[in-house]
Design a protein around this ligand. Structure first.
Ligand code: ADP
Ligand code: MG
Length: 245
């Protein structure tokens, strides 16, 4: 599953880390893939990218096997980490043959080892995100329901449709996941309805509530599932995992 939206700050990385942990709690074998040169996912699950000598960059461009770069995080959760080196990958990938399919090919040997492979896409619609979409069977679009949230959704869907047409006809749009959601405001609900209608997208439930708890967890390499297990945010991601299963 690719988690994609070229807008930054919409909770892509939070969703990958927390949903992954929630699926693992339910006994699923989960691989998290950091495809963002900012390496926020790698950081937020407790690994300092500076300490790594091999990362996804070497898998995509250096002939290193993905299996040799994996980091075991917790029961049932592994990470394919990123470092800032990935920032040079777009240009170098473009010179490969079949540049959209490099991640898909690299992950293929791991597929049988996991129930879920969740890819954290960068906040762009460039070749890295296209690699994420090309490797996935499903795409989940986190969306912050605020004014102007819809700007860019059309472009993202255009990119998804290109990938479906050119490299990955199997790719299914799971829907939009409302994040940082404040359901008390009519604005949030109105924005969500407008976007879902305009683009004929399913809205995944439950919405993930806005909560300060989410800011605290990644600083200590954990998710809200362990730092605030009974919080509405933790419950929402657990319910989402249940719904996906
Ligand atoms: P993206 O990967 O889309 O850029 P992040 O997952 O990094 O987004 O989230 C951006 C910021 O929002 C982070 O500081 C994160 O801790 C915070 N955040 C994520 N989800 C929530 C939430 N439900 N409520 C409050 N803050 C959140
Ligand atoms: Mg991110």
């Amino acid at each position: 599953m690719a988690v994609a939206n070229q807008k930054g700050g919409v909770a892509k990385t939070t969703t990958v880390a927390t949903l992954g942990a929630a699926l693992a709690e339910q006994g699923q074998r989960v691989l998290l893939v950091d495809l963002d040169p900012q390496a926020c996912l790698t950081f937020s699950v407790g690994t300092d990218p500076e300490d790594l000598d091999k990362s996804i960059h070497h898998v995509l461009l250096g002939g290193v096997k993905a299996r040799d770069v994996l980091i075991g995080l917790a029961d049932g959760v592994d990470l394919l980490p990123a470092t800032i080196e990935l920032a040079t990958a777009e240009v170098r990938l473009a010179r490969e043959s079949g540049p959209e399919q490099v991640l898909r090919t690299a992950l293929r040997p791991l597929r049988a080892s996991y129930d879920w492979v969740i890819v954290d896409c960068p906040p762009t619609l460039g070749l890295l995100t296209v690699n994420g979409l090309s490797a996935a069977s499903d795409v989940l679009i986190p969306l912050q329901c605020e004014t102007l949230a819809h700007r860019g959704v059309g472009q993202l869907l255009d990119t998804i449709h290109d990938v479906q047409r050119l490299t990955n006809p199997e790719l299914t749009v799971l829907g939009v996941l409302p994040t940082l959601y404040d359901g008390r405001t009519t604005l949030a609900r109105a924005v969500l309805e407008t976007i879902a209608d305009t683009y004929s997208l399913d809205v995944l439930e439950p919405a993930i509530p806005k909560s300060i708890r989410f800011a605290e967890a990644p600083a200590i390499g954990e998710t809200v599932l362990s730092t605030a297990p009974a919080s509405p945010g933790a419950k929402a991601y657990r319910a989402l995992a249940g719904a996906l299963l």
